[in-house]
Write a protein that binds this ligand. Structure first.
Ligand code: NDP
Length: 294
């Protein structure tokens, strides 16, 4: 039977470290701050935002919510982002997606100062991931890497398969595994021979968004299986992309849903916020230290 990778426990351990870092910064007079923008009244977005604010409080991070009505104009939202970009006490800015119809999400993401882009969605930060030179990693793939580390998964030299190629999960996930020296295959809806490809994976990451999509015949015996998916089954119960009961009998380690990748995503957001605070202090220090005339 597979080892169940306890995302809640790993997350809790990392949150304790984040709390210590945040407290140390606060003791120096810099209280890490996250601005959370929500536009409209999407119930799922409301839950995510509340969870993020709660997690900030748990880790000694100051969070400020900006709740805008769905009829806010794009210019008004951009104005708010510019104000937050300029505020010294705000180190991270996140705009909860999806935005209501009529907003151009690319324009909004591009407006966030890359140094405060704690979701790592800004093209500058996305490019940094490609080059393996980054300040922040996107939260979900970074959380998966932490889970792999938590169960001492050997990555270098192994075959990794990522099912899903979204910009926020699949693609950056594949890059992080590649940077860790795995041999990586990315699959998507047009992939031919998916079952066979998945079966070759020592590390299989499912980020598809379809309940029970990964069946036991797609899993190599002994593989480490990470389930990013968050779906509802026919009874409305939260479930992942992997047929958990069947996978448990084949994999060597497996994340549950809920309690696997989910808690890690928010934890990595907190980590990025503290990193942003530290980076901004260092940059300010470097500016102050620069000799006059240069
Ligand atoms: P997207 O819908 O953006 O991407 C889904 C990907 O799955 C696409 O690349 C798509 O391929 C691929 N896909 C769809 N059908 C198939 C198929 N039959 N065979 C192979 N590939 C297929 O989703 P996200 O990446 O945003 O999210 C994926 C899942 O992860 C969702 O359930 C989401 O809720 C969850 N999620 C969980 C998070 C967490 O914290 N736990 C965070 C973020 C997401 P194509 O590109 O060809 O369309």
């Amino acid at each position: 039977m597979a080892v169940i990778i306890d995302g809640k426990a790993v997350s809790q351990r990392i949150r304790e470290e984040i709390r210590q870092e945040a407290d140390a910064l606060t003791a120096k007079g810099i209280h890490p701050g996250l601005a959370v923008i929500i536009v409209g009244d999407d119930p799922a977005s409301r839950i995510y935002v509340n969870n993020k604010k709660k997690a900030c409080a748990q880790c000694g991070i100051h969070s400020e919510e900006f709740s805008l009505s769905a009829d806010t104009t794009e210019n008004e939202l951009l104005e708010l982002i510019h104000t937050l970009n300029a505020r010294q006490d705000i180190n991270g800015i996140l705009c909860q997606l999806p935005l209501p119809r009529g907003f151009n999400e690319d324009v909004i993401i591009n407006a966030i100062d890359p140094k405060k882009d704690v979701d790592a969605f800004h093209p500058g930060n996305v490019g940094g991931i490609m080059l393996n030179k980054y300040s922040f990693l996107p939260c979900t793939p970074a959380g998966v890497m932490e889970l792999l580390k938590a169960v001492n998964t050997q990555i270098a030299g192994k075959r990794a398969v990522v099912v899903g190629r979204s910009n926020i999960v699949g693609k950056p996930m594949a890059l992080l595994l590649l940077h860790a020296d795995a041999t990586v295959t990315i699959c998507h809806s047009k992939t031919a021979g998916l079952t066979q490809i998945c079966r070759e994976a020592d590390i299989l990451v499912a980020a598809v968004g379809r309940a029970n999509f990964i069946t036991s015949d797609m899993i190599k015996p002994g593989a480490v299986v990470i389930d990013v998916g968050m779906n509802r089954d026919e009874n409305g119960k939260l479930c992942g992309d992997v047929d958990f009961a069947a996978a448990e009998k084949v994999a060597s380690a497996l994340t549950p849903v809920p309690g696997g990748v989910g808690p890690m995503t928010i934890t990595m957001l907190l980590k990025n916020t503290v990193t942003a605070a530290k980076n901004q202090i260092e940059n300010a220090g470097a500016r102050v230290a620069r000799p006059v005339g240069i």
